[in-house]
Write a protein that binds this ligand. Structure first.
Ligand code: KIV
Ligand code: ZN
Length: 512
């Protein structure tokens, strides 16, 4: 059996289906470039038929990315497959991933189709997709709750029609490792033509077993896993790329296969996705959490100092933690700043954008003596709303709080270039700040989530704030970073308001 495990990243498609994680075209391109640097084999860039915005983003990624296969999702309908085919046309290597549900509950209640109709639609879908590319993947949505004999029949037929990859999604995160492993073994032994295709696992995390289930599939013959950075995704998320990649690398003795991933890019990719989507990474998250390599207990520290491998199974620098070093300082010039951003995979479309970012860097360097790579990434992620669509801009803030008194904030910001100042009180300084902004904006939005994260270590660190707002069925995550967490909160709130206003944002693609 082939010992290469194909890494299919769906952060830009399934990951984007997390509440508020929808991204603009520019943001998707930035993540796609970083995924290419990470050397993922396949980037699922979106669902072309879901919106014109998603179509454009996939097309732009297909034009930009040359090192990874660029893929679009499509239902088995002609309209979806045409959109997917057109969107991936410029790609050096393009794939169409077409799917239809196969479980009794989905066929009967959602599709209202009988099994024969589903088989026919699946085969037609694969044939149509082959008119655009010879790299066609077929997924049986809700495969894990489907009947084994029916799956064998559908998969046998789509393999005959020319599908090259067969994906077995655990759409609702229902399986457990022993069971899914057995399913892969049975499917591969029973399906006619099974040896001509790559078998793929796509696991959701509803019971917290997405990674374990994916790995069990690998042990039983899967040679592609579909996963996302930081495990982002619909509901409880998808299997996390970094955990799967490091598991097969560290335990080659168990899995007997390896990936093409440049693991040194893992932390940078995790941070970029977190900053753009507004989903912080929990500190105790495996591989990419801030504590993943921190040794707190005296016994552990002593052991690691004497011999690292007493308590560490992988090296922090192997997954890119060495990037957490002083990067630039107050005296660094524009060229050094630009070069460091290029090294981090960040490029600007115009000199004006670079100059604006440099002036923000100088401002930060005045207030924070050590600037880390993470600070630079946060500094530029504020540009997440596409140019010309930024209605609100933070200018300055002053706030007063004293024990026993109600906190007061004064925020100065611009609304379409017009400076406005607003003052308000609140339960705390952040509440007062949001009240002040709302006293001028009256957005009518509801705050769903407020979270603060330290970007680097120590009290000198910048605080990174996420504010999730909802309005008229639309959910967005605003992000702001600053050494002053109240300022970071104001920036995050204004960023979320900009996203609510921005037409570049789109609704969750699964709602189409
Ligand atoms: O979870 C799922 O079933 C999917 C398919 C569209 C592959 O995301
Ligand atoms: Zn999925």
């Amino acid at each position: 059996m082939d010992n290469r495990l194909i890494i299919f990243d769906t952060t830009l498609r399934d990951g984007e289906q997390s509440p508020g994680a929808s991204m603009t075209k520019d943001e998707k391109i930035r993540i796609a470039r970083q995924l290419e640097r990470l050397r993922v084999d396949v980037i699922e860039a979106g669902f072309a038929a879901s919106s014109p915005g998603d179509f454009d983003a996939i097309r732009a990624i297909a034009e930009t990315v040359k090192g990874s296969t660029v893929c679009s999702l499509a239902r088995v309908s002609e309209k979806d497959i045409r959109a997917a085919g057109e969107a991936i046309r410029p790609a050096a290597r393009g794939r169409i991933h077409t799917f239809i549900a196969t479980s009794p509950i989905h066929m009967e209640k959602k599709l209202r189709m009988n099994p024969d109709q589903v088989v026919e639609a699946a085969v037609n879908g694969v044939r149509m997709a082959l008119q655009y590319t010879d790299d066609v993947e077929f997924s049986a949505e809700d495969a894990i709750r489907s009947e084994m004999d029916f799956l064998v029949r559908v998969f046998g037929e789509v393999i005959k029609a020319g599908a090259k990859t067969i994906n077995v999604p655990d759409t609702v995160g229902y399986s457990v490792p022993g069971v899914i492993g057995d399913w892969f073994r049975q499917l591969i032994s029973k399906t006619p033509g099974a040896d001509r295709v790559v078998w793929s696992a796509h696991c959701h995390n509803d019971l917290g077993m997405a990674v374990a289930n994916s790995l069990s599939a690998v042990l039983n013959g899967a040679r592609q896993v579909e996963c996302t950075i930081n495990g982002l995704g619909e509901r409880a998320g998808n299997a996390s790329l970094e955990e799967i990649v490091m598991a097969v690398k560290v335990r080659q003795d168990v899995f007997g296969c390896d990936t093409n991933i440049d693991t040194g890019q893992i932390v940078a990719t995790s941070r970029l996705v977190s900053q753009i989507t507004g989903y912080p990474v929990q500190p105790n998250k495996a591989v990419v959490g801030a504590n993943a390599f921190a040794h707190e207990s005296g016994i552990h520290q002593d052991g690691v100092l004497k011999h690292r491998e007493t308590y560490e199974i992988m090296r922090a620098q192997d997954v890119g933690w060495s990037a957490n070093k002083i990067s630039l300082g107050k005296l660094s010039g524009r060229n050094a700043f630009k070069q460091r951003l290029v090294d981090l995979g960040i490029e600007f479309d115009s000199e004006q954008e670079l100059n604006e970012a440099f002036s923000r860097f100088k401002d930060l360097a005045d207030r924070k003596s050590e600037i880390f790579d993470e600070d630079l990434q946060a500094l530029v992620s504020g540009d997440s709303v596409e140019q010309g669509q930024e209605r609100y801009r933070f200018l300055s803030l002053s706030q007063r709080s004293e024990t026993g008194e109600r906190p007061q904030a004064r925020v100065v910001f611009s609304v379409q270039g017009q400076e406005v100042a607003a003052e308000a009180q609140g339960n705390g300084p952040v509440d007062a700040t949001v009240n002040a902004i709302e006293s001028r904006v009256s957005s009518g939005s509801e705050l769903l989530l407020f979270s603060v994260n330290a970007i680097t270590t120590g009290t000198q660190s910048q605080g990174e704030v996420t504010m999730r707002l909802s309005k008229a069925g639309r959910i967005v995550n605003g992000v702001g970073a600053d050494p002053d967490i109240v300022v970071a909160s104001a920036k995050a709130y204004l960023n979320a308001l900009n996203k609510l206003e921005s037409r570049a944002e789109k609704l969750n693609p699964q709602l189409v």
